[in-house]
Design a protein around this ligand. Structure first.
Ligand code: LLP
Length: 381
């Protein structure tokens, strides 16, 4: 029978660290993050030639992960007072605050606890201009169409709640002039899990056009969204192509500082989720279900976005694939499926399963649903 098979390759870190992972799995369900993988991705991003990189901590705010990233001199991008407080406690000196539809108080306190603040709507300037008077701000623009791995993560276009549409630039210009506000930067983040390399230079060109209408802008923040391969062996986003297109933009418009704020790219592949087989079921028509002690309360991405995460039976790497099964968790929901129709070795109760590419938007999106504790976090060096 047909099914997706995740072949084991020695170019993924968890292949060489298999015995350590089997050992760690004995203590119960866990996310495991490999520090050297984060460091490699950080080095790649440093090579893009940007003026500043802010890590979007929403992807994975684990303290050890943050320490690793801060060592590269990156700032942190935060979207809530909680994230700002965490970033500050971790010693991040550069904190970029990008709230949306937040209450007035969060902007007032944001100016105290953040280095830079990005405005996502005209409402605050129309209704509480006193909060912004005399301040430097960045403004998030909506270029009109989004990109990303799923419709729920596209963050531009009329249907999306994010950003200010270009037709409101004149009013923005009037408001900031009237209240002595200085728009030092423009921002746009069009979505998450993007593998089209020209995305960020297109964003830069769009923002430069808006900057020309405002006159005060010196920073263009091109957002995050850099994608990673979903399946092992899928084509990688070519960072050298991203670099080339950004360099071409810079040559045309050298007056701007260029920033980016990636999350997923730094951490996704560094993380795996480990669980054990609890039970196996067979239904008519040769339909198999392999049950694990981890479910959608630990990793919600498959249920929420239909996201594909490679799944392997770590206890039986040499076993030839024999069954096609849905890999499911213990949560009382039909959607509690971590992988549909996976070609797997015949598995037994107690086998350790590894779910790959789980370092971004994994643990942090976990929940207590069914009052089951989600997997804990561990670090591998
Ligand atoms: N900047 C802003 C303003 C954002 O909203 C985001 C992500 C990022 C940067 C970082 O994007 P990244 O480089 O990680 O793609 N939970 C979803 C992803 C939601 C992304 C939300 N915003 C998922 O699991 O795919």
């Amino acid at each position: 029978p047909d099914g997706d098979s995740d072949r084991l390759d020695d170019d993924v870190w968890w292949f060489s660290k298999r015995s350590e992972l089997l050992e760690l799995a004995k203590d119960g369900p866990a996310y495991v993050y490999d520090v050297s993988t984060i460091q490699r991705r950080a080095e790649e991003l440093q090579g893009l030639g940007l003026d500043r990189v802010f890590y979007a901590i929403k992807a994975n705010p684990n303290p050890e992960v943050l320490k690793t990233i801060l060592d590269f001199g990156f700032g942190l991008e935060c979207v809530s007072p909680g994230e700002l407080e965490h970033a500050k406690a971790m010693g991040a000196s550069e904190r970029l605050f990008t709230p949306n539809f937040a209450p007035k108080e969060e902007y007032i306190s944001g100016f105290e606890s953040a280095t830079y603040l990005t405005l996502d709507n005209l409402h605050p300037l129309r209704h509480w201009p006193e909060v912004f008077a005399g301040r430097d701000i960045l403004v998030r623009m909506d270029p009109g169409h989004g990109r990303g791995h799923h419709k729920k993560v596209k963050t531009a276009g009329a249907q999306s709640k994010f950003g200010i549409p270009p037709e409101q630039v004149e009013e923005l210009a009037d408001l900031v002039k009237r209240h002595d506000i200085n728009v030092i930067g423009l921002h746009s983040h069009v979505g998450s899990g993007i593998t089209y390399a020209a995305t960020w230079s297109e964003t830069a060109m769009f923002l430069a056009g808006v900057a020309d209408r405002l006159g005060s802008v010196r920073i263009l923040n091109l957002g995050g969204g850099l994608g990673v391969p979903e399946k092992l062996g899928d084509k990688r986003l070519d960072l050298s192509e991203v670099k080339e297109t950004i360099a071409a933009f810079r040559q045309a418009r050298p007056e701007f500082e260029l920033w980016m704020e990636p999350g997923r790219y730094l951490v996704a592949e560094s993380g795996v989720l480990l669980g054990r087989v609890t039970q196996i079921k067979e239904k008519e028509g040769g339909r198999f279900f392999v049950g694990l002690d981890i479910g959608m309360n630990s990793l919600i991405r498959p249920a929420l976005y239909g996201a594909y995460h490679p799944i392997v039976n770590l206890s039986k790497v040499d076993g030839s694939p024999k069954i096609v099964a849905d890999v499911v968790g213990p949560i009382c929901e039909t959607g509690d499926v971590l992988g549909h129709k996976r070609r797997l070795p015949v598995s037994e109760e107690g086998d350790v399963f590894l779910i790959a590419s789980a370092g971004a938007y994994g643990y942090v999106m976990g929940s207590q649903y069914n009052l089951r504790k989600p997997a804990i976090e561990r670090i591998l060096r």
